[in-house]
Design a protein around this ligand. Structure first.
Ligand SMILES: NC(=O)c1ccc[n+]([C@@H]2O[C@H](COP(=O)([O-])OP(=O)(O)OC[C@H]3O[C@@H](n4cnc5c(N)ncnc54)[C@H](OP(=O)(O)O)[C@@H]3O)[C@@H](O)[C@H]2O)c1
Length: 282
């Protein structure tokens, strides 16, 4: 089981909430997306996962079958339209029309824009932004309508600019607007399109790459209003809410699951305040 899916705590949702439903999770074979797939399978959904690495796909499918639902794994790259088209058609044939589609495949690396190659910028745009378009465009004809729920996994970089993340910010800002645009276009058909922006999630590839040392991770925790990173299961629970009947009128919304990090308030003055208090008590 993924370290991002710290799944020991009981669900807060009704048992069998997604019984009879089908979910397709693009990039669902590790980290946050796999944690989401676990939460959906635990809630009763049949699940398909899709990513490039065949071994990873097989391992994820095996782990997900522990929930006792039908699970299918497909190998492919979201950058190749034909590959995602084939996988979605196969998932529909095996599992039925798609009630839930999660688009979460992404690439990331730190590189200042002054040193970023055209290919490096394009690779992230192609996986994150074009890939999300491919997933939703190819899924469109296979969706349950009315009733389908599409969930895009965004990132804080879509609204906050960071050193070395120009490529990710450009791609994820586009992903947010693609989410809103499809919500506007497809809402009449009973297809809801929403996004989740996770904060830093412990045990994930993203955190390992962007916060490679315990010292950096400690500063991240300190900078978060809740003083900690999140878990994959916490993001999965937001996904479960968004695709449940409880969110039947929620469309085109980007939900932050980040402990309040987007507000920025904790990182600015808490340390100064604590230093003042310490000085005053001496
Ligand atoms: N980690 C965090 O704290 C954090 C914070 C905010 C947002 N996010 C977002 O959350 C999502 C997951 O992040 P993570 O850190 O959990 O990453 P991760 O473990 O690296 O997961 C990425 C997944 O996408 C797949 N993938 C990557 N490129 C692909 C491609 N071209 N085609 C198909 N599948 C592809 C990977 O499998 P293969 O290698 O087998 O293809 C893997 O299953 C991303 O959208 C990320 O931007 C993460």
């Amino acid at each position: 089981m993924s370290p991002a899916h710290s799944g020991s705590e009981p669900t807060t949702f009704a048992s069998g909430l997604l019984a009879g439903k089908t979910a397709f999770v693009a990039g669902g074979t590790s980290g946050i997306n796999l944690a989401i797939a676990h939460v959906l399978a635990e809630a009763g959904a049949r699940v398909a996962v899709f990513s490039r690495n065949a071994e990873r796909v097989a391992q994820a499918a095996t782990a997900l079958r522990a929930h006792g639902r039908q699970v299918e794994g497909y190998v492919g790259d979201v950058r190749e339209y034909a590959a995602i088209e084939r996988a979605l058609a196969a998932a529909r044939a095996a599992l039925g029309t798609l009630d839930i589609v999660v688009s979460g495949a992404a690439g990331n690396f730190i590189c200042p824009a002054s040193q970023l190659s055209s290919n490096g910028f394009k690779a992230v745009m192609d996986i994150d932004l074009l890939g999300t378009f491919h997933v939703y465009r190819a899924a469109y004809e296979h969706l349950t309508r009315p009733g389908a729920s599409l969930i895009t996994i965004g990132a804080p970089q879509s609204t906050e600019a960071y050193f070395g993340q120009a490529h990710v910010s450009a791609a994820k800002a586009g992903v947010d607007m693609l989410t809103r645009s499809l919500a506007v276009e497809w809402g009449r058909e009973g297809i809801r399109v929403n996004g989740i922006v996770p904060g830093p999630i412990e045990g994930t590839e993203g955190v390992t790459r962007l916060a490679p040392t315990p010292e950096i991770r400690a500063t991240w925790e300190q900078a978060n209003p809740m003083g900690r990173m999140g878990t994959g299961r916490e993001v999965g629970n937001v996904a479960l809410f968004l695709c449940s009947p409880a969110a039947s009128y929620v469309n085109g919304t980007i939900v932050y699951c980040d402990g309040g990090q987007v507000l920025g308030g904790a990182r600015d003055y808490r340390a100064a305040w604590e230093a003042q208090q310490a000085a005053g008590s001496r």
